[in-house]
Design a binder for this molecule. Sequence first.
Ligand SMILES: [Mg+2]
Length: 178
Amino acid sequence: MTGSAQRPLLFLDVDGPLIPFGAAPDRYPSFATGSHSPGDEANPLLTRIDPAHGPRLLALPCDVVWATTWMAEANDCIAPRIGLPRLAVVLWPEPSAVDDQDERHGLHWKTRTLVDWAAGRPFAWVDDELTDTDRAWVAAHHPGPALLHRVDPRLGLTDGDYAALDSWLRRQIRVPGR
Ligand SMILES: [Mg+2]
C-alpha cells in the first residue's frame, strides 16, 4: 500500500464550517475577492468565506472531500475563491424510506453515505450538525478510525478546530490501520 493510500479523508461541510451563520449579520466580515466570482449574485453568503481557509485546509495531512449540499458547486464557486484545487465531491442519494427512519432516530442524513464513501479508510468529518447519535453509528458501522468534529456554525472553523483536526489526522498517519 502506498503512503498516499494511508492518508485519511476529511469530509468537509460548507454551511457552518466555511460559511458561518447564526450570529448577528454584521458580525461577519466580508471577504470580497475584488473581481467577480462565479456564484456571487446567487450566493451573497460566499463573501463570508475567509480565503485563509484554503491554505489551512491544504496544510492538513489528508485528502479533503466536499461533503455538502453544494455538491459540484463547491468546486465551481468556493474552491477558486480560497485557492483550493478541484476536490472530490460526495454525491447524495435520493431521499428514501431509510432517511425517514434515520431522521426519527436522530441520525444525520449524511452519515450512511459518508461511511460508505470512506469504505474503511480513516476519516474526519467536519460539520455543524453532528451529534453523538452519528458518532455511535459510525463507531458501529465503520471499521476504521473516525473523528466526527462538530463546528460551531456561528464561528465557522476556528484555530482550535484546525489544531484538533491536525493532531488527530497526524496520529492516523503515524499508526496506519489502527
Ligand atoms: Mg452545515
